[in-house]
Design a protein around this ligand. Structure first.
Ligand SMILES: Cc1cc2nc3c(=O)[nH]c(=O)nc-3n(C[C@H](O)[C@H](O)[C@H](O)COP(=O)(O)OP(=O)(O)OC[C@H]3O[C@@H](n4cnc5c(N)ncnc54)[C@H](O)[C@@H]3O)c2cc1C
Length: 404
C-alpha cells in the first residue's frame, strides 16, 4: 500500500534538515513537507554534540561557502535566538599565539577575517589579553568580540516547532532503509513504514554518503567519522575561563585545535580533539562497527589521507588515551590548569567528507541532482550557518524541483 505522500521529504532532523524544511515551508506555505529521522527526537547527533559556538567567520577562505554563510549565519542566528527567547551570550573569543612561530599565522587570520568582513577584530598585546582572560599566557592574540555561545539543541527544537506550526510533519524513529522510484515519485521505505515524496533532500550528516548511494547518486566522497572528546572543568576552577580561548589553528587541518569554552549548558568544556572513530556514531572509545570500519578502510581516499596525515593521527590518538598529553595542550593556553581540574566530559562525532584522492573537504558541499539535493559536507561552522544553509537549499529546491 502506498505511504503518506509529500512534495518534499527531508532526511535527517539535525539542525540543517530542520532549517531546510523550515525555509521550504516559509517560501512555499502550501508545500507538503516531511522530515524523516531515524532517532527519537531532533538534534541527537552532531547538532546536539558540539561546542555551541556561534562563530564569527574568521577562519574561512574568502569566496568559500563557509566564509559567506558563516558571517551572515552569525547575524541571523543571533537574531533568531533573540526572537525565540533562546539565551545567547556574546562573550567574544581570543585566538592566542603562544610561540613566535605562530605570529605570522595570527596576522594571516586577521587579514582573512577582515577580508570576510568580520566585525570588530583586533590584535591584542599581553596587557590587553590579561584584561579579557586573566589566566591565559600568550605573546599576542586575535580578539573577536562578536563570537558567542548558544545551546544548539534549543535552536533545533525551535526550528522543529516552526516546522510543525507551518504544517510540516516530523517522523521520528523512522530510519530510511531503502529507496525506489515508481511512477514519478520516490518511495522511501523506513523502519516505521513507507512514505512517498516527489523530491528528496538528504541532510543525513554522518550517513549522508550512504543515503546518497541508496538514492542512486554518486556522492564522490566518503564520510569518515572523527570523534571529538571533551573534558569539563571542575566547578571551582571555572573562573579560569571567562569566554572562549582558542589556539592558532593548523592551516593544513580542518579542525580548530582543542579550546576552552564557556557553554550555555552550565559548565566549561575543554576540547575537542579529533580521533578516527571506528563507528559512524562512535561517541565512546569502545564503540565499534565492523560494517562502518570496513567502509572506511576499503575507501582508497582513507589510505591516501592516512599516508599524508599519519603523524597527526598518531598524535591525536596519544592525546586521546593520555590525559597528561591533553592537559599539556590546554596548559599552552592556561598554564595554571592541573590534571585534577579536568573531568571526563562528552564527545561529538564529525561527519568529515574525504575525497577519493584523500583530501579532507574543507568547504560545505551541497550537490543537486534531478529530484534531489544532497548535503555531503556540513562541518563546523554548520550550526552557526544553519539558517543560511537552509535558505540556500530551499532556493536550490525551488528551482530544481520547479516549486516556484
Ligand atoms: C565535536 C563537534 C563540535 C562542533 N562545534 C561547532 C560549533 O561550535 N559551532 C558550529 O557552528 N558548528 C559546530 N560543529 C558543527 C555542527 O555541529 C554541524 O555542522 C551540524 O550539526 C550539522 O548538522 P546536520 O543536520 O548536517 O547533521 P546532524 O546533526 O548529524 O543530523 C543528521 C541527522 O540525520 C539522521 N539520519 C542519518 N541517517 C539517517 C537515515 N538513514 N534515516 C533517517 N535519519 C537519518 C541522524 O540521526 C541525524 O539526526 C561541531 C561539530 C562537532 C561534531
Amino acid at each position: 500500500m502506498p505511504g503518506k505522500q509529500y512534495d518534499v521529504a527531508v532526511i535527517g532532523a539535525g539542525i540543517i534538515g530542520l532549517s531546510t524544511a523550515m525555509h521550504l515551508l516559509e517560501k512555499h506555505p502550501d508545500l507538503k513537507v516531511a522530515i524523516i529521522e531515524k532517532d527519537g527526537h531532533e538534534a541527537t547527533q552532531q547538532s546536539g554534540h558540539n561546542s555551541g559556538v556561534i562563530h564569527s567567520g574568521i577562519y574561512y577562505k574568502p569566496g568559500s561557502l563557509k566564509a559567506a554563510f558563516c558571517v551572515e549565519g552569525r547575524a541571523s542566528m543571533t537574531r533568531f535566538c533573540e526572537e525565540n527567547e533562546i539565551p545567547v551570550w556574546t562573550c567574544g573569543k581570543l585566538i592566542m599565539a603562544t610561540k613566535p612561530a605562530e605570529l605570522p599565522r595570527l596576522d594571516a587570520l586577521l587579514e582573512r577575517g577582515n577580508d570576510n568582513q568580520v566585525d570588530g577584530l583586533k590584535i591584542v598585546d599581553p596587557e590587553e589579553i590579561k584584561d579579557i582572560e586573566p589566566h591565559v599566557k600568550a605573546i599576542r592574540a586575535l580578539w573577536a568580540p562578536k563570537t558567542g555561545i548558544v545551546d544548539y539543541r534549543k535552536v533545533a527544537a525551535a526550528y522543529a516547532d516552526r516546522v510543525r506550526t507551518m504544517g510540516g510533519d516530523i517522523h521520528f524513529n523512522s530510519e530510511l532503509k531503502k529507496v525506489s522510484r515508481r511512477g514519478g515519485v520516490t518511495a522511501l521505505e523506513t523502519s516505521s513504514g513507507e512514505y512517498e515524496a516527489k523530491n528528496v533532500i538528504n541532510c543525513a550528516g554522518l550517513h549522508s554518503d550512504l543515503v546518497a548511494e541508496m538514492m542512486g547518486a554518486d556522492p564522490g566522497v566518503r564520510i569518515i567519522p572523527f570523534r571529538g572528546e571533551y573534558y569539563t572543568l571542575r566547578k571551582d576552577r571555572e573562573d579560569l575561563v571567562k569566554g572562549l580561548i582558542y589556539p592558532v589553528p593548523d592551516p593544513a587541518f580542518p579542525f580548530l585545535g582543542v579550546h576552552l569554552t564557556q557553554t550555555m549548558k552550565g559548565w566549561v568544556e575543554a576540547g575537542p580533539n579529533a580521533v578516527l572513530a571506528t563507528k559512524r556514531e562512535g561517541y565512546r572509545k569502545r564503540d565499534f562497527s565492523p560494517v562502518d570500519l570496513f567502509r572506511t578502510v576499503t575507501f582508497p581516499g582513507f589510505w591516501k589521507m592516512s599516508v599524508r596525515e599519519w603523524k597527526t593521527g598518531l598524535w591525536e590518538m596519544n592525546r586521546s588515551f593520555r590525559k597528561g598529553v591533553f592537559l599539556k595542550s590546554l596548559q599552552q593556553l592556561v598554564p595554571e590548569l592541573v590534571s585534577k581540574d579536568l573531568a571526563t566530559g562528552g564527545s561529538g562525532v564529525r561527519a568529515q567528507a574525504v575525497t577519493r584522492d584523500g583530501k579532507l573537504l574543507d568547504d560545505f558541499a551541497i550537490k543537486q541532482v534531478e529530484g534531489a539535493v544532497h548535503v555531503l559536507n556540513a562541518p563546523s561552522p554548520g550550526a552557526t550557518s544553519s539558517l543560511v544553509i537552509g535558505k540556500h537549499i530551499a532556493g536550490l529546491a525551488g528551482d530544481g524541483f520547479s516549486l516556484n
